[in-house]
Write a protein that binds this ligand. Structure first.
Ligand code: UTP
Length: 228
């Protein structure tokens, strides 16, 4: 199976712990040994947010802030690249094309952000579509998609499964409520809907869960293409 794994920055590097990054590299190795082709997209997490907040106070404009965010995602991508050693390219792929080429050569592409105006949620969906992935796994700091923000609403319920259209509706509602965080943003949800990708949103704080999810065992939310 061809799998794209999206690792949130807050999951890969909430702090700088080599053991955690190594554990994600081990999961990539495990998936490869099981015969899967793997690509990875890495987010910026709290470090990106801290840089963005600081630079905003310094008067940087929104595009400059996005570029700063992209730089941090690529720093995190380099951490994973260091752990993957010679199994990946030596630098983060800056485009879907170069990531795909790396994959075809048998290397593991590791992407951070690509262009301003989006997040790595959308990069992951677009890259998965570009390489014609069978599965996209979002390893996030929440354990799935809820009908409301579980950090705000006590009674929020997690979906076991959603169609991509339902995901778009849920995420659009969450994004309209100020302060609510969706585990996957609206652009990503729309890309998933458009492409007909199968995706799983899960708690990635234990990297091993990603490997289990690819083998069909997970407790997160599965996004199924309409019609399935
Ligand atoms: P992230 O993908 O980490 O943002 O990119 P996020 O979704 O807020 O982080 P998580 O999921 O909670 O960890 C960090 C920032 O980098 C810029 C955006 O400003 C984004 O908020 N970015 C990232 C881009 O402009 N383009 C990209 O392709 C990726």
């Amino acid at each position: 199976m061809k799998v794209v794994v999206s690792i949130g920055g807050s999951v890969l590097a909430p702090d700088l712990d080599p053991a955690r990054v190594d554990a994600f590299a081990d999961v990539v190795g495990q998936l490869e040994r099981a015969g899967h082709t793997v690509g990875v997209v890495v987010g910026g997490g709290t470090v990106a947010r801290d840089y963005i907040t600081t630079a905003r106070d310094l008067g940087a404009n929104e595009i400059e802030l996005d570029q700063l965010g992209i730089a941090v995602t690529r720093l995190n991508a380099r951490l994973l690249i260091a752990a993957l050693d010679d199994r990946s390219e030596s630098v983060p792929s800056k485009s879907y094309e170069s990531g795909h080429e790396a994959m075809r050569r048998g290397d593991v592409p590791v992407l951070g952000g690509t262009v301003a105006g989006q997040t790595t949620d959308a990069v992951s969906a677009a890259f998965a579509e570009y390489v014609d992935a069978d599965l996209l796994v979002y390893a996030t700091s929440v354990d799935g998609v809820y009908d409301a923000d579980p950090n705000v609403e006590d009674g929020a319920t997690r979906f076991d499964s959603l169609t991509a259209g339902e995901l778009v509706d849920v995420v659009a509602d969450l994004e309209m409520n100020a302060g609510s965080n969706a585990p996957v943003d609206l652009l990503a949800a729309k890309l998933i809907q458009r492409s007909g990708l199968r995706a799983i949103v899960l708690d990635g704080t234990e990297p091993e869960r990603v490997a289990r999810a690819v083998e069909g065992e997970h407790e997160g939310t599965e996004i199924v293409p309409a019609g399935d």
